[in-house]
Ligand binder design. Structure first.
Ligand SMILES: O=c1ccn([C@@H]2O[C@H](COP(=O)(O)OP(=O)(O)O[C@H]3O[C@H](CO)[C@@H](O)[C@H](O)[C@H]3O)[C@@H](O)[C@H]2O)c(=O)[nH]1
Ligand SMILES: [Mn+2]
Length: 738
């Protein structure tokens, strides 16, 4: 791809494209890690000692559960240190790109947009995303957008056809007015547009698309040409989402279709791969592999951008930014990862949807260890990366899929289209390397994490690029249930990696070295946190209710060890959060959601992993809804948690909430009765921390009356459950003395 810009060696020295800065805080991090490590060892020693000398079964039970919990927490701490050893910030100088490489020599770019459900991912959202990237400041004849529709919906195709027509006006409008946010919906929402003509045009297109989805039918009047009518004809009687032939429709063709100023517009291709009930489709990974092949046959650009359908471009110069890395890099360099930044978070970001640690803090840490993991969206790949390690190329089955193959014919050429249909077939991958050695990798519901991991194991490098202005903006779930179900899917997918033969601790260590393997282990084993959090959320509390005192007394040196461990971790976490431009308010939500997720997503994800492996249940990729309900939206902006639906995923942490409150009240009663505070204090501290964190849950259970409150059924189940857990643990605690 650098061919066009070959003689860059000297010019990039004069006009640098990127630079990197190692953060000085690495020294502090390392020193603190050593101190903290010894503190953990001391704590484990303390537990082991209590275990050996436990006077009763109860004490034995408590010491065992605390020891196991702290081993897991210690292991997670160890993993998290890998990110702290060598953080690096990468800077880019996109203003120099055109000085070292002429526009006409820019490499071609294929953009993949995935959608899977026209009701959860409205076709208008997909159309907006497509328009926002088609309007990139990049030579249009080198740009192709491929939309993969796993929902197999004619409405999505209709929306794209409408988008292409509107694009004829929108693209020149953006160019001439130097618009930065080229997603029409976002642009019209935030600008009082002076040119109301284009706004009217947009509104009328939006009305048409939405009415089609609403009516569930495309009226003939909307099919403006013979070709369009023919395309929709493919949705005949036997066509269902799970069972249908491949549909590939070239919606606009670069070099052939022009905008109102006579400039070319980029290729826009709709692809719905063939689906049949008898063969596995591998969810998004499968969709991306189908796109890899279809695009190889049609345009075969050396660079690929993968996007989720709600990830709009917010900066037309993003391709220039990624070129800063691609034009000046080693042959092992494989991808540039841009962060997900979110549109419309509320002030406290109550569901911690921005995942500041995962998307902003940890990737900087991985930059120093040959690059960040793959986030699934906002990633520019070198096409070659999907065909084996840097030094051992794996030949695909047909020459047309070779990343170096040059496509001479037009994308509407009959034989090209025929081959494209063939490679999108549902049995095409049988007996091939797709999904195992070639392309996006199968086997985990978090195909992004897993694919990035395997690519790094092969020796590819990546870079994290987070420019001042957000390159992309995306949506996040605004109901607690949606948010928890999303992370539950992640938890299940991560366990599929951690407990497989490719586990970071076994396979990863061999190929990545210990530090990077621990970074991957940090995510893969994350769901294990459900155990220690569950223990700390109920064991000390129930012990307190039973007059059982398990922790060191105040003034005991071990007490201070606990305080040091707790504050050390929390203060460091908070500092890093704030240094990554977070607010204290959002950090508080972040740590709260960390607790809540451990007791819901991680727990249920683990249970699903087990049931799936026992063959009791099947697993699936439940798509997160991007539809916004106005009433819900209002509550979200007021910062209220949205429970609303009677979902069992709320039960474990609501149970914990009840137990903590009961323990705290009991503790106060004991103090009032004049019992000794010395032994109580530690358990009281834990319970108070629980109660402060659970405040929104109590509110939702008792104080609220809106539709987002906790369903009575769930409150009832949680209280009963709390009673059962209390009774069971109390029974063990009271077992006769040895
Ligand atoms: O069978 C499927 C299921 C999903 N998708 C697409 O996958 C994307 C992500 O789905 P979403 O429901 O939005 O999941 P999230 O949890 O929000 O996505 C995160 O996590 C996923 C892995 O679980 C990654 O694939 C995503 O890139 C990452 O943003 C969407 O564009 C979907 O259309 C498909 O194409 N086919
Ligand atoms: Mn998403």
């Amino acid at each position: 791809m650098e061919q066009g810009c070959r003689k860059m060696g000297t010019s990039t020295r004069k006009f640098p494209l990127h630079s990197s800065k190692r953060l000085r805080r690495r020294f502090l991090n390392r020193a603190f890690a050593v101190v903290y490590f010894f503190a953990i060892v001391a704590l484990l020693y303390h537990h082991a000692e209590s275990l050996l000398y436990s006077p009763t079964y109860g004490a034995f039970f408590i010491s065992t559960s605390l020891l196991l919990s702290d081993i897991i927490l210690g292991f997670m701490w160890l993993n998290s240190q890998a990110f702290r050893m060598n953080p690096i910030i990468e800077n880019i100088f996109p203003e120099n790109i055109e000085k070292v490489c002429d526009r006409k020599n820019f490499p071609a770019l294929d953009i993949f947009i995935c959608t899977a459900d026209p009701y959860k991912e409205p076709p208008m959202t997909v159309a907006n995303t497509a328009l926002s990237v088609m309007a990139y400041d990049y030579p249009a004849e080198k740009l192709s957008a491929y939309v993969s529709d796993d929902g197999g919906s004619e409405f999505t195709l209709f929306a794209l056809m409408e988008a292409a027509k509107f694009g004829n006006y929108w693209l020149p409008f953006c160019r001439e007015n130097k618009v930065m946010n080229r997603c029409p919906e976002a642009y019209f929402r935030s600008n009082s547009c002076s040119n109301s003509e284009i706004k009217t045009m947009y509104e009328s297109m939006k009305r048409r698309v939405e009415s089609v989805v609403e009516k569930g039918k495309i009226i003939d009047e909307y099919k403006t040409s013979e070709e369009e009518a023919e395309a929709f004809g493919k949705w005949n009687q036997g066509f269902t989402r799970q069972d249908h032939p491949t549909v590939i429709q070239v919606v606009s063709q670069a070099g052939n279709d022009t905008d109102i100023r006579g400039h070319s517009i980029p290729n826009l291709v709709y692809v719905s791969r063939e689906k049949c009930r008898t063969s596995e489709h591998h969810y998004k990974g499968g969709a991306l592999n189908a796109l890899l092949r279809v695009s190889a046959v049609m345009t075969n650009a050396p660079i690929i951008l993968t996007l989720d359908c709600d990830m709009i471009s917010n900066d037309p110069s993003t391709p220039h930014q990624m070129l800063c890395h691609f034009l000046d890099s080693s042959p092992k360099f494989g991808f540039v990862q841009f962060p997900q930044r979110f549109n419309g978070l509320n002030k406290a970001d109550i569901y911690a949807s921005e995942f500041r640690r995962m998307f902003y803090i940890n990737p900087v840490g991985m930059n120093g260890l040959s690059g960040p993991d793959y986030f699934g969206t906002g990633t520019f790949f070198r096409r070659r990366i999907f065909y084996g390690a840097p030094s051992s190329f794996i030949e695909p089955e047909i020459v047309e899929l070779n990343p170096d193959n040059f496509v001479e014919r037009s994308i509407k050429n009959q034989s090209i289209l025929e081959l494209a249909h063939h490679v999108a077939g549902c049995n095409y991958e049988n007996q091939t390397n797709w999904g195992s050695k070639i392309g996006f990798r199968y086997g985990s519901l978090v195909e992004d994490y897993y694919t990035g991991y395997r690519l790094h194991c092969e020796g590819w490098k990546s870079v994290y690029c987070n420019p001042e202005r957000a390159s992309f903006l995306c949506e996040m779930p605004i109901s607690l249930n949606d948010s928890l179900n999303q992370t539950k899917r992640w938890a299940l997918g991560l366990l599929e990696v951690s407990l497989s033969k490719h586990s970071p601790l076994v396979f990863g260590v061999r190929f990545l070295g210990p530090l990077k393997a621990h970074c991957y282990a940090y995510y893969a084993f994350g769901p294990l946190l459900s155990f220690p959090v569950a223990v700390y959320a109920c064991v000390p509390q129930i012990a307190l209710l039973n007059d059982f005192f398990v922790f060191p007394k105040v003034w005991d040196p071990w007490f201070f060890l606990y305080i040091f461990l707790f504050l050390g971790a929390y203060v460091q976490d908070c500092l890093e959060f704030v240094l990554a431009r977070g607010t204290i308010l959002r950090w508080w939500s972040d740590q709260r959601m960390w607790l809540i997720r451990s007791l819901s997503s991680d727990l249920f994800g683990s249970l699903e992993y087990i049931t799936h492996h026992l063959g009791i249940a099947t697993r699936g990729f439940e798509v997160t809804s991007k539809v916004v309900d106005n009433e819900q939206n209002k509550r979200y902006y007021e910062g209220k948690f949205e429970f609303g639906v009677p979902s069992s995923i709320f039960v474990p942490f609501s149970t914990g909430a009840v137990l903590n409150l009961a323990a705290l009240i009991m503790g106060f009663l004991k103090i009032l009765r004049g019992e000794n505070l010395d032994c109580l204090i530690f358990q009281m501290l834990i319970a108070s921390f629980g109660v402060v964190n659970c405040w929104p849950i109590y509110e939702a259970m008792v104080l609220r009356s809106d539709n987002g409150r906790m369903p009575i059924k769930i409150t009832f189940i949680s209280v009963s459950f709390a009673w059962v857990v209390y009774a069971a643990v109390s029974f063990i605690l009271k077992l006769q003395k040895i």
